[in-house]
Design a protein around this ligand. Structure first.
Ligand SMILES: Cc1cc2nc3c(=O)[nH]c(=O)nc-3n(C[C@H](O)[C@H](O)[C@H](O)COP(=O)(O)OP(=O)(O)OC[C@H]3O[C@@H](n4cnc5c(N)ncnc54)[C@H](O)[C@@H]3O)c2cc1C
Length: 816
């Protein structure tokens, strides 16, 4: 066992598959003085008892990328590090009981092909050929993934550990980290064997991540959003039919997932391994009556087979040979969950030089990719793929224990559920309410959660079907469709109002704030009392974020950004502040609220309720009074009509809203806003705008000011790209004949080849067409070019439009 050094450059806390993969990838990146601490033996947490399934399937582009990378890494790892390892690439069949599930498979197939994987949607006879023991009478078909398989989690971890040690990294086992201190610009990790000084700490403590995270609370950290569930699988004794098949074919069965019933079934030696994600699941270690034990290394919970009864029964009907053998072993172990089931990988919110690679539900499948991503965060400051869906900053302060436990149970019980576009998951709701929440509900608001804030997605009328069941479809038409249309048309022909609580907002001030902002964004600043968009780039010229900048003069600004970006963008701003600077950035998201009042009759409405100068042009700002309350008016409209945002203090919102409504505004919701903004080609953050694309590829070159006095992140990369010419271009496409709007990452085809992808899709009620925004290779991205888009396995014609907005291309309505 290695001795504990006094210092290291990076200390990783936790020797499960994820921590060790982080160590391996950091060492591979050439970093030295790397130390991993494990309080027991490697794998003592969740890793040792994992079933070891390694799927590539995901409906998330980032997770699919990570899992694909893992399979590629694991295939060559044994040889690369010279360590024997059992990795069976058996392929898998994922069963479908419904047309909607088949559509989900088609979408995953498209994404998989784009990532270079040959996923196949297969019929029942082909399924039977691949899996002879299965009952298929009630199935629609299946997805075959040739890359799926299973690996021995302990061997995998040990192989990564060997590779790391061979590259000079240290692993100290039986050494608990016990606390943290900050000493000038160093972290001191306290351990059972003495303190270690380091620059960077990585929390890879698995289901202990919250405990480790809590040590950082005094230094500005937050409580790690997670809960621990118990997860079981059971192993059977040998099944003679399986033994015979192996003898005859020398092959294991492909892994089977009955995702609609919610379990997997895998051949384990000559028996089966059944692992359900049961609805009647159990959260563990949730309060003082059931505390997280000091040490649970290599331990399990008692078996709880009652919970699995329905699933065992269902699986025996599906694969009757399962019933031919007794159960030989039950594994019931702790598995950590974040509120959305994706792990935490990246910078720890509120802290410098602290990273998280923890709370993995599929850590064996994702561990390889996670190590790559974490190492990139540390060594390069950004990642190859946009990793927002795993970014720790996606959960903000509202994600308390109640929320985490409710969501963890919901996600676990629906581990394989389809995520439909018009559905809102019900658990953990009402965490953050607008002061007019009751009024929105009274008006029929069908709510969705946005960074914890409840906002109306659409407004139902009496008699509308608002059941959860009605949302179980990919189709755009449903009870909401007519209402969204009415809302859009009210905005288009009259005036609408949208309550937008949680619009993230920062006050930026201090001597030199203007100059400083110019050194952060790629473009210029608005004039005093004006508002404009500011784009923040990373060093590679890719889109970090977009904020609206309001200039109040004398180095005083308000920056506004997407609700979900609240912590992300605050850190983008804070990171740009150098020591000794006089710039202040204050988060005011909870103090100010916003009503979007928009439509051709909005001027008329505003004239009745305010003393504002309503002839001030588009993009102007003014502070005025409504009902004698101070409000800020910004003449902008994300809906693309004449309009104003009324920014109002929390305590004044109710009265102002009542007044706007009494003057005849029609409430509209987020779904209508999405439709309206897509018609204008306005990009949405983490769909159209992400670090998967550069500012130039995103069609935002007009916002860059290369000739300004201040340099800015990404300038060099963008200049080079400008000289070279972009390889991809942002385009608007009109899709023909589709009843489902194109989802994120649908593939765009031309001449039989993939030439791009959709970044958002919606139906535009003003233009009467289905619209897809996306990225297409420059050679093809020409106006009127016909391409096709693969939407759930069907190919639809799509026409690339002239650059610029589809609706009101000259912005006449906005400027009217
Ligand atoms: C029954 C079951 C089956 C599963 N099957 C699969 C599967 O088939 N495929 C899949 O992808 N995933 C599966 N999982 C999930 C998988 O086990 C986890 O996602 C994965 O092991 C997480 O790895 P990790 O390194 O993040 O955490 P862990 O393996 O829990 O490692 C964390 C380590 O940190 C150490 N540690 C904690 N605190 C400290 C401290 N203060 N100081 C030093 N060390 C510390 C712990 O001892 C532990 O070894 C399964 C889980 C369960 C329960």
């Amino acid at each position: 066992m290695s001795e504990l050094p006094k210092s290291a450059r990076i200390v990783i806390i936790g020797g499960g598959v994820v921590g060790v993969s982080c160590l391996y990838h950091l060492a591979k990146a050439g970093w030295k003085e790397l130390l991993l601490l494990e309080k027991n033996e490697l794998t003592a947490g969740s890793t040792w008892h994992a079933a070891g399934n390694v799927p590539t399937f995901s409906s998330s582009w980032a997770i699919m990328n990570m899992q694909r990378y893992s399979t590629e890494l694991y295939r060559g790892l044994s040889k690369a590090v010279d360590y024997p390892m059992n990795y069976h690439v058996t392929g898998s069949v994922r069963l479908s009981h419904s047309k909607e599930r088949m559509q989900e498979f088609q979408r995953a197939k498209g994404m998989g092909i784009y990532q270079g994987m040959d996923l196949e949607v297969i019929g029942l006879s082909e399924l039977k050929g691949k899996y002879p023991f299965i009952e298929t009478h009630d199935l629609e078909g299946a997805l075959f993934d040739p890359n799926d398989g299973d690996i021995d989690p302990a061997q995998l971890t040990q192989a990564l550990a060997k590779g790391s040690r061979d590259m000079g990294a240290s692993i100290v086992r039986f050494c608990s980290a016990t606390g943290i201190e900050r000493l000038k610009d160093k972290w001191i990790v306290k351990t059972s064997k003495g303190p270690i000084e380091c620059d960077i700490v990585v929390n890879a403590a698995g289901y202990y991540a919250k405990r480790v995270g809590d040590w950082f609370l005094p230094y500005g950290g937050r409580s790690v959003p997670m809960a621990v569930m118990s997860h079981q699988y059971l192993l059977t004794e040998e099944i003679p039919e399986l033994a015979r098949r192996v003898e005859e074919t020398n092959h294991k069965l492909p892994l089977l997932r009955d995702v609609d019933s919610s379990y997997y079934l895998r051949q384990e030696k000559n028996g089966l391994n059944l692992g359900p994600y049961e609805k009647n699941c159990k959260v563990h270690w949730k309060d003082e009556d059931d505390p997280l034990p000091e040490d649970f290394s290599f331990q399990l919970y008692p078996d709880d087979l009652d919970r699995l009864e329905w699933y065992v029964d269902d699986a025996m009907k599906r694969v009757p040979i399962l019933g031919r053998a007794g159960i030989s072993k039950v594994i019931n172990g702790p598995i950590p969950y974040t509120p959305d089931g994706n792990p935490l990988i990246g910078p720890s919110p509120g802290l410098k030089n602290v990273f998280e690679a923890c709370v993995f539900t599929f850590g064996i499948a994702q561990g390889g990719g996670a190590g790559k991503v974490l190492a990139e965060w540390i060594t390069e400051g950004s990642t190859e793929w946009d990793m927002w869906s795993c970014d720790p900053r996606r959960f903000t302060a509202f994600a308390d224990d109640d929320y985490c436990q409710a969501k963890a149970a919901e996600v676990y019980g629906h581990e394989y559920a389809i995520h439909f576009p018009f559905h809102s998951w019900p658990a953990g709701r009402n965490k953050k309410l607008s002061p007019i929440h009751d009024k929105i509900i009274e008006k029929g608001g069908q709510m969705g959660a946005y960074n914890g804030w409840e906002r109306a997605n659409w407004f139902a009328k009496p008699g509308d079907d608002t059941s959860e069941a009605s949302t179980q479809t990919w189709k755009r038409e449903g009870p909401w469709f007519q209402r969204i249309k009415e809302e859009c048309l009210a905005v288009n022909s009259d005036v609408g109002v949208l309550d937008l609580p949680g619009f993230a907002r920062y006050h930026v001030s201090g001597v030199g704030a203007g100059d400083w902002l110019l050194s952060q964004i790629v473009g210029g600043l608005p004039a005093v009392n004006r508002i404009s968009l500011g784009y923040f780039s990373d060093e590679r010229g890719r889109v970090l974020t977009e904020m609206s900048i309001m200039n109040f003069g004398k180095d005083e600004f308000t920056l506004i950004t997407a609700g979900s970006a609240q912590w992300h963008d605050l850190e983008v701003l804070k990171k740009g502040i150098t020591e000794g600077s006089k710039i202040n950035v204050v988060d005011q998201t909870e103090e100010w609220f916003c009503l979007i009042v928009t439509g051709p009759k909005s001027r008329n409405l505003m004239s009745k309720i305010s003393n504002a100068d309503l002839e001030l042009p588009w993009l102007s700002l003014q502070r005025v009074k409504i009902l004698n309350k101070d409000v800020l008016l910004a003449r902008v409209s994300y809906a693309g009509e004449l309009g104003w945002e009324i920014h109002v203090r929390k305590q004044d919102l109710r009265e102002v809203y009542d007044l706007v409504i009494s003057e005849g505004a029609t409430p509209f919701g987020m779904f209508a806003l999405d439709s309206l903004r897509v018609e204008k080609g306005y990009r949405a953050w983490k769909g159209d705008l992400s670090t998967d694309y550069t500012i130039l590829e995103s069609g935002l070159g007009r916002f860059i000011k290369f000739d300004k006095a201040q340099s800015f992140p990404g300038k060099e990369a963008l200049l080079k790209e400008k000289q070279r010419g972009e390889t991809k271009k942002f385009v608007t496409m009109i899709v023909e004949g589709n009843e489902c709007d194109a989802p994120y990452m649908s593939t765009v085809m031309f001449d039989g080849k993939i030439v791009g992808e959709v970044t958002s899709g919606a139906y535009g009620h003003r233009v009467g067409s289905s619209i897809a925004l996306g990225m297409v290779i420059a050679d093809v991205a020409k106006p009127y070019q016909q391409v096709s888009i693969d939407i759930f396995g069907q190919s639809y014609n799509a026409i690339i439009q002239e650059p610029g907005p589809l609706w009101d291309s000259k912005n006449m309505a906005l400027k009217s």
